[in-house]
Design a protein around this ligand. Structure first.
Ligand SMILES: Cc1ncc(COP(=O)(O)O)c(C=O)c1O
Length: 431
């Protein structure tokens, strides 16, 4: 019997959700540095694009600087800056061949704004949502905060969604009288970097169709593909299933801190029940005091693609280095190679050693200064036996290799030594 995040024994400690470990590790790293000022901290934990290689391209920062000069300090229209809406619609037309109606292009403060609002509007104590496991943790946090039920579907050995698992979860929800409303698809995926196959996306749409679910398609990594991989916008595969396709400047345009994002409502037909969701989202927009002049520059930046070859090649090189650095470490299970985004999902089998994801990551930080994200922050895998076939490790962590290849190789050596020490019982696991 698959186990989901809802029910009598929630996977979280309290109703505010599981500790947000992705960034909590930064606090541990600061503590480690305070205790030992000589410790070199190597951050492999966050997809926060920054620095000379992954930070904003120079022409983008010039455009944004000009855009701030044109801004008089006022709020922007709640709907968003008009030319920005046009630029988003142009992008969608370029990539999908279909131009959305302007009214169905919504803007918000990053993709996160849409996650928060959509889950806030759809979840209550009788409602549920299907989420990928592993997946980006903000979804779980928001579901729990709003008193809803997260049903987390596993991934198969290639990183594609496990559709059979999804169907079992739907049966489980129905049996418990929980009304499933939404199916979340993160493609390309964080934390695995997997690009979902067309077959999987079609099957997933069929599940949504049969169960009257709308799809929240998180495609914030769409343009970050590398090594010749090509994700598919799910909205190109159906003209009936309602889809909210989410994007932002954060990853595709290397502007994480800009907080400019969008949600495109595809297949929202007038007079259908799903229009309620659109109306509530649109109303949330009206309540939003739309931020600053960066939106002027964003309208320009979204037209550009000349930064992408550099972004993709630099990502590819670091992913290759990561594979090399981690391969051959006793117990490491690498799973499928990522095709996009900035992450590598890693399993580790430590045999009889009783170490948790958090224990591993904490000990690695405090003893060596290497900072990874604990797998448990993204997943329910310990309660989900099917996720084991994806990466049958005993513990999991996510590596985000945005540092130099030389540093990645060095970090790999440090992780190797740490794993050896753990096996020999030579590491004290911090509380
Ligand atoms: C899968 C996924 N969705 C959404 C977000 C939120 O991004 P933003 O709010 O910066 O658009 C992130 C950030 O890392 C992410 O990984």
């Amino acid at each position: 019997m698959p186990i989901s995040a809802h029910g009598k024994k929630p996977f979280v400690n309290d109703r505010h959700g599981r500790e947000y470990l992705l960034r909590r590790v930064e606090v541990w790293a600061d503590e480690a540095k305070e205790k030992n000022p000589n410790l070199e901290i190597i951050k492999l934990n966050l997809g926060n694009l920054s620095g000379p290689v992954f930070g904003a391209p120079k022409d983008f920062t010039s455009i944004l600087a000009e855009s701030i000069k044109k801004w008089d300090g006022s709020y922007f229209p709640s709907r968003g800056h008009g030319p920005l809406i046009q630029a988003i619609a142009d992008k969608q037309e370029r990539e999908t061949g279909k131009r959305p109606e302007d009214d169905f292009v919504l803007t918000g403060d990053g993709g996160s704004w849409f996650i928060e609002k959509i889950i806030g509007q759809t979840m209550d104590s009788r409602s549920g949502i299907l989420l990928p496991d592993p997946g980006y943790p903000l979804y779980m946090t928001e579901v729990v905060k709003n008193g809803g039920h997260a049903f987390m579907y596993g991934a198969d050995k290639d990183g594609n969604p496990d559709i059979a698992h999804m169907r079992d979860l739907i049966r489980e929800a129905n049996a418990e009288g929980i009304r499933l409303k939404c199916l979340v698809v993160i493609n390309p995926n964080n934390p695995t970097g997997a690009i979902y196959s067309k077959k999987s996306l079609l099957e997933l749409l069929e599940v949504a169709r049969e169960n009257n679910l709308f799809v929240l398609a998180d495609e914030v990594y769409y343009l970050t593909r590398f090594g010749g991989n090509q994700p598919i916008h799910i909205s190109t595969l159906a003209d009936d299933v309602p889809i909210i396709q989410m994007g932002s400047l954060s990853k595709e345009y290397q502007l994480c801190g800009s907080r400019v994002g969008w949600g495109i409502c595809e297949n929202f037909k007038k007079g259908t029940p799903v229009m309620d969701i659109y109306k509530r989202l649109e109303n949330d927009q009206m309540g939003r005091l739309s931020p600053n002049g960066l939106q002027i520059g964003a309208a320009e930046i979204i037209k550009k693609e000349n930064h992408l070859p550099h972004l993709r090649e630099q990502t590819r090189l670091r992913q290759e280095a990561t594979k090399k650095a981690l391969s051959g470490i006793d117990g490491i299970i690498l799973g499928p190679d990522p095709g996009a985004a900035f992450y590598r999902w890693v399993g580790l089998d430590l045999g009889d050693q009783k170490v948790t994801d958090i224990g591993f990551v904490k000990s690695l930080i405090y003893e060596t200064g290497v900072v990874c994200a604990p797998g448990i922050g993204f997943t329910l895998h310990r309660k989900n036996p099917r996720a084991e076939c994806f990466s049958p490790g005993k513990i999991y962590f996510r590596v985000t290799p945005l540092v130099s290849e030389e540093t990645i190789m060095r970090a790999g050596g440090i992780i190797r030594e740490h794993v050896e020490n753990l096996r020999r019982g030579k590491v004290r696991i911090p509380k």
